[in-house]
Write a protein that binds this ligand. Structure first.
Ligand SMILES: *Cc1c(COP(=O)(O)O)cnc(C)c1O
Length: 402
């Protein structure tokens, strides 16, 4: 043992040989970064990923994950934040000033609406909700004060798929920034930066900012919270990056490692969950207790034609869909149906291995008159279990409804 173990164990002279290579990137856990000399300390700029200054500004592990997510989304720059909701907050905080207005789709991710009603309102930023299936409604609501328009496809509970290219183009023509919540598409079903379809393809037909809750498919385990904010434009990225630095968002190296570990299986998992969900949705469509299946890839589901135009005839979809139960089944009976499920567990989120179910009272969440169904909606997130056993679980629970 050394003579000064406290010092020797901290300032150990050993340096491992360079050149270690393995399929997975290394995991660097740091707040402090060591500089070789004062001149280097003064010269390093954290902004352009040319070097390391402090753990909050990036490590090889977070840089690696940022680059992979930027590639996944078809963008050039990526910022990581501690959750999907933090990514939404980040975009709002960076782009909006007091006196501005932000527009949200009426079926927007619920906590995003709560942020607009709470913090944004407190800071003098107003918001309005538009019908995501009606570009004319969005156009009517755009004003001098509109600084940002959120897009989401589909609504993650009611599953309407909007005409994204048209919505984005309306904003672009007026110089209004668009931000797309691409959690459902996961960067796989379509490219958020290139939304043009058929004859409408133009080089600039996409959203300006594409965010994703990496919590869902990229994590894939139901055990990580993380969000990403991806851009193509250098100046917009610089603005978002400065806000990122000033707000002090950081993500842990262990979380980054988990997402890096899951990314190689992302495509396989997304495809498997898509196929399983569609098989179950088809079966549910034929059950007498089910009034309607809401799944963007199903003809008759709202906005199906927009999904088909953007994602293609053989396009992909997330393993997520909703069913509206027949109105003769009271909400309490629908709760009993959800309680009777054994493999579909009661819980929020999606994209993980475990199938999940949540009943929703949609009418209370929407602008008056915009929800046409009378029956209760149940959202199903299909995990990675055997499709046949999931179907048997649903069949048994449906018997509770008679
Ligand atoms: C889950 C989700 C979010 C938020 O992600 P968290 O990491 O849970 O904060 C945002 N948008 C959509 C569409 C989501 O499904």
């Amino acid at each position: 043992m050394s003579k000064q173990p406290a010092t020797d164990l901290i300032h150990h002279p050993y340096v491992p040989p360079p050149g270690f290579a393995a399929p997975q990137p290394g995991v660097f856990k740091d707040s402090t970064v060591i500089f070789p000399d004062v001149a280097t300390l003064r010269a390093r700029d954290w902004r352009h990923k040319s070097g390391y200054t402090y753990g909050l500004h990036g490590t090889p592990t977070t840089f690696e994950l940022e680059e992979r997510i930027a590639t996944l989304e078809g963008g050039r720059h990526c910022l990581l934040v501690p959750s999907g909701l933090a990514a939404i907050a980040h975009v709002n905080l960076s782009l909006l000033r007091s006196g501005d207005e932000v527009l949200l789709p009426d079926n927007v991710y619920g906590p995003s609406k709560a942020m607009a009603e709470g913090e944004l309102a407190q800071w003098g930023i107003t918001h309005r909700r538009y019908d995501p299936l009606d570009p004319a409604d969005l156009e009517r609501k755009l004003s001098e004060r509109t600084r940002l328009v959120w897009l989401e496809a589909p609504g993650s509970v009611t599953m309407e798929f909007p005409p994204l290219a048209q919505l984005a183009q309306l904003c672009r023509r007026r110089g209004i920034a668009t931000a797309l919540d691409n959690t459902w598409g996961a960067g796989l079903a379509f490219n958020g930066f290139d939304l043009g379809t058929g004859s409408q393809v133009t080089p600039d037909s996409g959203a300006d900012i594409v965010m994703q809750a990496l919590t869902k498919y990229p994590s894939g385990g139901g055990d990580v919270l993380m969000g990403s904010v991806v851009t193509r434009d250098d100046r917009l990225h610089e603005q978002l990056k400065l806000t990122h630095m000033r707000l002090g968002w950081g993500i842990g190296a262990n979380d980054a490692e988990l997402v890096l570990r899951s990314l190689p299986s992302l495509v396989a998992r997304y495809r498997a969950q898509d196929a399983s969900a569609r098989a179950l949705a088809h079966w549910l469509q034929a059950q007498p207790q089910v009034a309607q299946v809401l799944h963007p890839a199903f003809p008759g589901s709202p906005g199906h034609e927009h999904w088909r135009a953007l994602c293609g005839d053989d396009g992909l979809a997330a393993g997520l869909f909703s069913i509206v139960l027949h109105e003769r089944h009271a909400p309490q009976q629908v709760d009993a149906f959800c309680d009777a499920l054994k493999l579909f567990r009661l819980g929020y989120s999606w994209g993980g291995p475990v199938s999940l179910v949540v009943p929703y009272d949609i009418a209370s969440m929407r602008l008056a008159g915009s929800w046409p169904h009378k029956g209760t909606l149940v959202r199903l997130s299909v995990g990675l279990e055997e499709t046949a056993t999931l179907q048997a679980d649903l069949a048994r629970a449906l018997r509770v409804l008679g």
